[in-house]
Write a protein that binds this ligand. Structure first.
Ligand code: 5AD
Ligand code: SF4
Length: 327
């Protein structure tokens, strides 16, 4: 559905929350149904050359132990996920240039021997690299735009360029990836108007997946003392995304669960249809420390499936590509 910026601002600030969430939940049910896609998330390196002010993995955070999984470690996690029935693997890392084109392509090829769809979330790379990853078998790519306010972006992501990030999205789209992007809600100095712009931007580029989560201040970053985003505003933003792009995939993000023990269930009842359980080897999970409380969100899969049952949702058995209704 189309919404004007003014209508979005109204929904973000004035509309009764429950009525917005119910509406988004209904649109979700009508457009993508009651099944929930599970994606196995493997966080294979917490090494990052960037210095995003909000992120616990920023290079200036010297208090975190860094790790990098070997190809065999990664394949072990993949195999576990495949045995559990996952149909999508998501490979995520900081911007770790040890994993060059050749290494990433080798990993992609090994994973694609299994019957799974593969999503990469490894940051900004060149067109050539994205092309090589696609040729090696990658199906989808996640790269959040974080915010569409360029000044805000440049103040939070020193030495990075918003235009380059946008170019990455365009390149990925051109190369035929399913495209995932998203934002953080409640960043310092982020306005409601700016969140409305973000939503219109994600609609305009017609993302296939939109990940929306609250900003959560990390104690070992320059934003340690800032206020974080709220669950309510994050859920509203996510619900409006569902209204704007009815048929896309929308994850109930881990950051929502980190703020509230029922955050993901609330999200699933407010427009979300995807969960990304963490399948990284136990020993490394706590080191992928993007924001506080993230590790506590990891729950056993049988508990997740019970919870899904309790809200009348089933676990999808297919790859979970976007089934375009309108385009
Ligand atoms: N709070 C919430 N989300 C964060 N991310 C990074 N740091 C934080 C934080 N402190 C998100 C960013 C990034 C994704 C991998 O994690 O949106 O794209
Ligand atoms: Fe690196 Fe991503 Fe964290 Fe930025 S948000 S420091 S690019 S891991």
């Amino acid at each position: 559905m189309n919404l004007s910026k003014e209508e979005i601002i109204h929904l973000l600030t004035k509309e009764d929350g429950n009525s917005l969430f119910e509406k988004a939940n209904k649109v979700r049910e009508e457009s993508v149904g009651n099944s929930v896609h599970l994606r196995a998330l493997i966080e294979f390196s917490n090494i990052c050359k960037n210095n995003c002010l909000y992120c616990g993995l920023r290079k200036d955070n010297l208090e975190i132990k860094r790790y990098r999984l070997t190809k065999d470690d990664i394949l072990n996690d993949v195999k576990k996920a495949v045995d559990l029935g996952f149909k999508t693997i998501v490979l995520q890392s900081g911007e770790d240039m040890y994993f060059n084109q050749k290494r990433i392509c080798e990993i992609i090829e090994a994973i694609k021997k299994y019957d799974v769809a593969l999503t990469l979330s490894i940051g900004e790379r060149t067109y050539q690299e994205y092309k090589a990853f696609k040729n090696a078998g990658a199906d989808r790519y996640l790269i959040r735009i974080e915010t569409t306010n360029k000044d805000l972006y440049h103040s939070l992501d020193p030495d990075m360029s918003w235009d380059n990030r946008y170019k990455c999205l365009l390149n990925l789209r051109e190369l035929g990836y399913e495209l995932g992007s998203g934002i953080m809600v409640g960043l310092p100095n982020q306005t409601i108007e700016s969140i409305a712009d973000d939503l219109l931007f994600l609609k305009h580029i017609n993302v296939d997946m939109a990940g929306i989560g609250p900003f959560i201040p990390h104690p070992k970053t320059p934003l340690a003392n800032k206020k974080g985003g709220t669950l309510d505003l994050s859920l509203r933003t996510m619900a409006i995304m569902r209204l704007l792009l009815e048929d896309i995939n929308i994850p109930a993000t881990t950051a929502m669960e980190a703020l509230h023990p029922e955050g993901q269930i609330k999200a699933l009842e407010s427009g979300a249809n995807v969960i990304m359980p963490n399948m990284t080897n136990h020993g490394y999970r706590k080191l992928y420390d993007l924001y506080p409380n993230k590790e506590n969100t990891i729950k056993p899969l049988d508990l997740l499936s019970q919870k899904l049952q309790s809200i009348n949702r089933t676990i999808s058995k297919d790859y979970g590509f976007r089934k375009k209704l309108i385009y």
